[in-house]
Design a protein around this ligand. Structure first.
Ligand code: THU
Length: 137
């Protein structure tokens, strides 16, 4: 694994420590890597009105975008599980939409990693290309 990806995985693991998950007790950390090498982290934040929960991946991406970042190369994901956890459907859509076909680094709590492309996780995704047709001239 690339040196930078090791740092990204470490950042995702650290972010997991801040998880606010009193309902599921399922801790998730995420870290996105910008094209120019910056790392932004996020964790899952649950809500007593369960559906308002936000996942770690979206927290990380939204944080980066709200700080002016627009170009990304990878996102790493960490949980306490031994099996690989992959992003939920909503996060897959947000990742492909806001970051494009980037590397998605899945991790195991035993140290193993698996790299996938976001397009593999969400083939035929809806995108801005679908909206252009309706754009007013
Ligand atoms: N969760 C994430 O943060 N990312 C995922 O990819 C899957 C699920 C969170 C949402 C919720 O707080 C908890 O994990 C259990 O679903």
């Amino acid at each position: 694994m690339r040196m930078k990806y090791k740092a990204l995985v470490e950042a995702a693991k650290k972010a997991k420590e801040f998880s606010f998950s009193p309902y599921s007790h399922f801790r998730v950390g995420a870290a996105v890597l910008t094209k120019d090498g910056k790392i932004f982290t996020g964790t899952n934040i649950e809500n007593s009105s369960y559906s308002l929960t936000i996942c770690a991946e979206r927290t990380a991406l939204f944080k980066a975008i709200s700080e002016g970042e627009r170009q990304f190369t990878a996102i790493a994901l960490a949980t306490d599980e031994i099996g690989f956890t992959s992003p939920c459907g909503s996060c897959r859509q947000v990742i492909i939409d806001l970051a494009g076909n980037i590397d998605v680094i899945l991790t195991s709590s035993n140290g193993a990693t698996k790299i996938m492309k976001s397009k593999t996780l969400i083939p035929l995704a809806f995108g801005d290309k679908n909206l252009k047709k309706t754009k007013k001239k």
